[in-house]
Unconditional design. Structure first.
Length: 246
């Protein structure tokens, strides 16, 4: 199989022997060469050696289309929730501190401010809606400025997803990795359920939410080489061949 037999954009590979088309995930799982896939490095992806002799992989989560869609939803959702949040905040202030300036509207009932018990109930009721709104805003930031950092240093691997100094990191032992496969999330997009990379260890680690198909397939192939391939010389050769286009 040569590089011309692999279509990264469509996520399929052609077997020159039987003429059958296969998903790239099936090709990787079957142990077919991932060298060609890795060499077709998409924009926003890079791999380099660290000073300690490890490997550092970076993949941008930037997607203007995703950012535009999430921004519209964030404005719609948070705009509605903010009306109720403002009312609850004003009622709490009125009950616990004192009267608000007249130019600030306060929800009332029969000319009286909202009771404290009702204000507290409204705060508790709004909490999950606020959390969802903040999550959507975080999704917008990831789609504009986010990236995934994978570092393999000896027997330790860390996967960090975030924006600048903000993000979360998951660490695990390379020896504990059983498989790098594809899974799905409950998030739906134009292609159905969104696909995500699953690193199977003592606990499944999911990475790649929001990535384009090309970047996701490239990252999966790279993770397969770094975490599954036992031949360190072959792994080093593949990493050295990958072009850096971050």
């Amino acid at each position: 199989m040569s590089a011309s037999d692999i279509n990264i954009a469509e996520g399929v590979a052609l077997c020159p022997g039987c003429g059958e088309l296969s998903r790239l995930g099936e090709v990787i799982d079957a142990g077919a060469p991932v060298d060609e896939l890795i060499n077709e490095t998409p924009g926003g992806c890079s791999v380099e050696r660290t000073h300690g002799g490890g490997v550092h992989v970076r993949v941008s989560t930037r997607s203007l289309a995703t950012a535009a869609g999430l921004s519209f939803f964030a404005l719609f959702w948070n705009g509605i929730v903010s009306v109720f949040v403002a009312g609850a905040a004003a009622a709490l202030y009125t009950n616990l501190v004192g009267p608000l300036p007249e130019w600030i509207p306060v929800p009332d009932s029969d000319g009286k401010p909202m009771p404290l018990a009702m204000a507290l109930f409204l705060c508790a009721f709004l909490t999950p809606f606020i959390v969802i709104g903040l999550g959507v805003i975080w999704g917008v930031l990831l789609a504009l400025f986010g990236k995934i950092d994978v570092r393999v240093e000896g027997d330790t691997c860390s996967v960090r997803t975030g924006v600048g100094p903000f993000g979360w990191t998951r660490r695990f032992s390379v020896r504990a990795v059983k498989k790098v496969s594809m899974g799905s999330t409950r998030i739906r997009n134009s292609e159905g359920e969104e696909q995500v990379i699953v690193i199977e260890t003592e606990r499944d680690i999911k990475v790649g939410t929001g990535l384009t198909r090309q970047r996701r397939d490239w990252l999966r192939a790279m993770l397969h080489v770094l975490l599954i391939t036992p031949d360190s010389k072959r792994r080093d050769a593949i990493v050295g061949q990958a072009r850096q286009r971050y």
